[in-house]
Design a protein around this ligand. Structure first.
Ligand code: GTP
Ligand code: MG
Length: 205
């Protein structure tokens, strides 16, 4: 099948060490889960292709940044060309929510999309299969409003809860940003078919 356009979206997955970023990416991209903790060094990434609609295919590139990397010198490289981000905390370790402010501020400081808008961010309260009893809905709502975060969701990489919803939301907003950019400058529109060479697939709005 030939698509009218094929888009490459780079989405960042950020948050403190051990909150479940690698698990989320692996569950979403490969539908696997491992209960053992293997620390990520630097960054890793995974791909998943989404048939968004009959005209559009999205090659989603998920960048899983090590929790220990926040102040690493490589972070700017990892952030380059990112179009959206999922920021994750761990419902079993409330201190990981306290760090979210820093992750979000860092993202906002470093990334502005080419159309001038803020990078879309979603907040994930992970390990919802273990506990949801300490969720403070009003606090999370207020935090999202303050930081212009799209929304927050309870997720579980283990039980595959709300990961499709989270990624769909980010892709939806990113497509709107792409369409808006292309309306502003139609010459920039990149229309590709599925037999394009990989390097020609890059579409940074
Ligand atoms: P760094 O690479 O150090 O930044 O950590 P990370 O955020 O990538 O965490 P990782 O995905 O490696 O998960 C850490 C531990 O939490 C592992 O033992 C996972 O199996 C576990 N874990 C991750 N997500 C979930 C979840 O949704 N539910 C449960 N029960 N355990 C989870
Ligand atoms: Mg990891």
């Amino acid at each position: 099948m030939e698509y009218k356009r094929e888009l490459l979206f780079k989405i960042l997955v950020l948050g403190d060490f051990g909150v479940g970023k690698t698990s989320i990416v692996k569950r979403y991209a490969e539908d696997t889960f491992s209960p053992s903790y293997k620390i990520t060094i630097g960054a890793d990434f995974a791909l998943r292709t989404i048939e968004w609609n009959k005209d559009t295919r999205i090659n989603l590139q998920l960048w899983d940044i090590a929790g220990h990397e926040r102040f690493g010198s490589l972070t700017s490289v990892y952030y380059r060309y990112a179009l959206a981000a999922a920021v994750v905390f761990d419902l079993t370790r409330p201190a990981t929510f306290d760090s979210i402010d820093k992750w979000v501020t860092d993202l906002r400081d470093r990334i502005t999309l080419p159309n001038g808008s803020d990078i879309p961010i979603i907040l994930l309260a992970n390990k919802g299969d273990i506990t949801t009893s300490n969720i403070e809905t009003e606090k999370l709502n207020a935090f999202c409003t303050k930081h212009k975060i799209l929304t927050w969701l309870i997720t579980s990489a283990k039980e595959n809860i709300n990961l499709d919803e989270a990624m769909n939301k980010l892709m939806k907003v990113t497509i709107e940003n792409v369409d808006q950019t292309h309306t502003q400058s139609p010459k920039e529109q990149i229309i590709l078919t599925s037999d394009s060479k990989p390097q020609k697939r890059l579409c940074f709005i």
